[in-house]
Design a protein around this ligand. Structure first.
Ligand code: RB5
Length: 145
């Protein structure tokens, strides 16, 4: 199950991602927003990220205008490693090296075509483990201070 969330700036992109996941029979839960009325990205990021850290969803895809604000909100949730990505290499390596569990996209930054490619590589790339595990553990140590 993939947790999806956006503010108004990422709403259209979230809708495109929903259609893309449906085509691939990938289940998702939409934590809002549900139209383009102006709203605040932390309000939607928080429940989506909670669903990930509680194990109800395996990863989150979060959209706002830039992808940045919603990534900041997501990274405040203990256990979330969110990455704002607008290129293929970053979306791939944030899985391989950072074990990112939330991909953040900017609906005003990336086109739909690229965004869907970023989702695909993010969802299909495993964590490499090895030396990167130690680094992830150190992130958790900081979080617990
Ligand atoms: C909303 O206008 C915009 O500020 C928001 O979507 C996002 O880009 C913030 O980082």
């Amino acid at each position: 199950m993939i947790a999806l969330a956006s503010d108004h700036g990422g709403f259209q992109l979230k809708e495109a991602i929903k259609a893309h996941l449906e085509e691939q029979n990938i289940p998702y839960e939409d934590f809002g927003c549900h139209d383009e009325t102006s709203c605040d990205y932390p309000d939607m990021a928080y429940p989506a990220c909670k669903a990930v850290v509680e194990g109800k969803c395996e990863k989150a895809i979060l959209c706002c205008g830039t992808g940045i604000g919603i990534s900041m909100a997501a990274n405040k949730v203990k256990g979330i490693r969110a990455a704002a990505c607008s290129d293929y290499f970053s979306a791939k390596y944030t899985r391989l090296h950072n074990d990112a569990n939330a991909l953040c996209l900017g609906g005003r930054v990336v086109g739909v075509g690229l965004a869907l490619e970023l989702c695909d590589v993010f969802l299909s790339t495993p964590f490499e483990g090895g030396r990167h595990t130690r680094r992830i553990e150190k992130l958790t140590e900081i979080e617990n201070q």
